[in-house]
Write a protein that binds this ligand. Structure first.
Ligand code: 13P
Length: 247
């Protein structure tokens, strides 16, 4: 089980960040899950450099550039230097701020070139009765992966985050049945995009209103390999109980 904390911009000072890391470390030490924290970029290095715990760190986003005269950009290489092992790419909040499928693909390439493990976010804005959201998710996956070398595609973790379920509460998250169906669909699309039968090992996460109340029902029979947690990951008690629920 992979449990990823996307702190988004909920954490803005170092004492709070350090307290959250300590509480998360304690909860993770009682669990077999792999726990990854994605702090806001200015805090990443302060928390992740020299980290010797079982926790791993992620960048919330990386630049589409590789360096040079690019004021304000955090390149994949700089994120690695700051202690990240993973990078969230194509989050809907970055897509809303201008990341097209093409930009997401470029970022994915840079993450892989630097050895960051990409967590590629896909997900529809809404569920239409005609089922067009399936083609939308398929297109996001295809556009992100088609220019990536076959052997590198197997390193990508996919996070299914339906936009309509983000930032709400447990009762608004996707139902386990619909999630199981989507995980099957994503694995089917990955089987077409990944070499040989490597898609059987592909990891698929779910994100969107994961809270202590729904963590277990979402993961129990849906076939997901982990969760990507937003608001509840910035609350030490809630996140610790999510880790406990999934242990
Ligand atoms: P919430 O858990 O706040 O719904 O956010 C989900 C998300 O966007 C994680 O990346």
């Amino acid at each position: 089980m992979l449990i990823v904390a996307n702190w988004k911009a909920y954490v803005e000072d170092l004492p709070k960040a350090k307290g959250l890391v300590a509480a998360t470390r304690r909860a993770a030490s009682r669990s077999k899950a792999t726990v990854v924290i994605a702090p806001p970029p200015p805090l990443l290095g302060a928390l992740a450099i020299g980290n010797r715990s079982r926790l791993a760190f992620a960048a919330q986003d990386i630049s589409r550039t590789t360096g040079g005269a690019q004021t304000g950009e955090s390149t994949a290489r700089a994120c690695m230097a700051a202690g990240a092992a993973y990078a969230i790419i194509g989050h809907s909040e970055r897509r809303a701020a201008g990341d097209t499928n093409g930009i997401v693909a470029e970022k994915l390439g840079h993450a892989l070139a630097q050895g960051l493990i990409p967590i590629l976010c896909v997900g529809e804005k809404e569920r239409d009765p005609a089922g067009r959201y399936l083609a939308f998710v398929r297109e996001e996956l295809r556009a992100a992966l088609e220019d990536i070398a076959q052997k590198d595609r197997t390193k990508v973790i996919v996070a299914y985050e339906p936009i309509w379920a983000i930032g709400k509460h447990a009762k608004d998250a996707i139902g386990p049945h619909d999630l199981a169906e989507m995980v099957l669909y994503i694995k089917k699309v990955l089987a077409e995009l990944l070499p040989g039968n490597s898609s059987a090992r592909a990891q698929v996460l779910y994100g969107g209103s994961v809270e202590p109340e729904d963590a277990r029902s979402l993961t129990a029979a849906s076939g997901i390999d982990g969760v990507l947690v937003g608001h509840a990951s910035a609350d030490s008690r809630q996140f610790a109980s999510i880790i406990k629920e999934l242990s």
